[in-house]
Design a protein around this ligand. Sequence first.
Ligand code: GDP
Length: 362
Amino acid sequence: TLKCGIVGLPNVGKSTLFNALVGSSIAQAANYPFCTIEPNNGIIAVPDERLNNLANIASSAKIIPTQLEFVDIAGLVKGASQGEGLGNKFLGHIREVDAIAYVLRCFEDDDVIHVYGKVNPLQDAEVIKMELLLADLDSLRSRLPSLEKKAKISPEANDILKISIDIISCIENGKLSPRSLITKDNDKMIKNMQLLSTKPFFYICNVGESEINTGNNYSDLIKFKEEDIESVLVSAKIESEIASINDFNERLSFINEMGMNSSGLDRIAQCAYKILDLQMFFTIGPKEARAWTIKRGFFAPQAAGIIHSDFEKGFICAETISYNDYIHYKGENGAKDAGKMRIEGKQYIVQDGDIIHFRFNV
Ligand code: GDP
């Protein structure tokens, strides 16, 4: 499962949101800094209405959405990279995640202390970015001496050394994000270096309850000043209310009453999908309708391997129906009769929404 870390300065509503996200109350929401100490992990189902539509047509007995893991990472304050607050622990946990969501406080509330005295999401975002950059600078510099030794005998270490030096000067220059150094060729290598500032990230703007559909001046500031970066509007308060409603239909009507199209959690999951460049394919049958997560560009055997490694090893072909065809011809038989079931081979790049039956040798 891919992991998305949730970070933010203290008192921005991170725990409230995380609790809502996992629909439980492992992390204690409280009005003082450093209250969540250990990272909390929660697995959430990634909602996708296509899966429900497919399950309806196939009368599947069970619906199994795909999952994303969220990790509530506590302890980000100015100086975290220097080990202030819960710094070091924080940095260790955040290295493990695939993407990062920065929760930014965009709500006014005099009862909730702001660590720097005043609501200022742009500045908060800068503090977070800076801490991640400083932490990377620190770890890259300390790795240099041993890398230099290794680079003399290993071409691989030499590549890492080169990119390390580039990232260091990029951070020192302070103009571009180290993410701008990522290319198709070095993508894997950079990922393995477990840096923080090269991870994909997005903003979660936590706005007041009445501002959830419009946003406010603070969230607008983020949207316009940081236009290259995805941002999602949520109200942590509303989300925790939604999470407290058990009945699915009651939830939906509450969401509608608030004038929202989908819950903030849905939007967060969708945004994480987008920045991680993820897609879904489906396996649909009378027993279950199931969604699977793949990276964009996966070949059919790689997608099969997500279900089971044997599927990948013994891969023969992928019987594939596009989502629109499946819906239009009302299911597998209809699509088959219309000639819309394709037999795809090893070179097929799976498309978002494909319905697939894998054939494989055991
Ligand atoms: P964390 O330190 O970022 O994890 O923040 P918490 O989730 O513990 O929230 C800190 C305080 O802010 C708590 O008293 C929450 O009830 C309050 N809070 C969280 N989200 C909102 C919000 O959207 N609006 C308002 N008014 N208060 C909030």
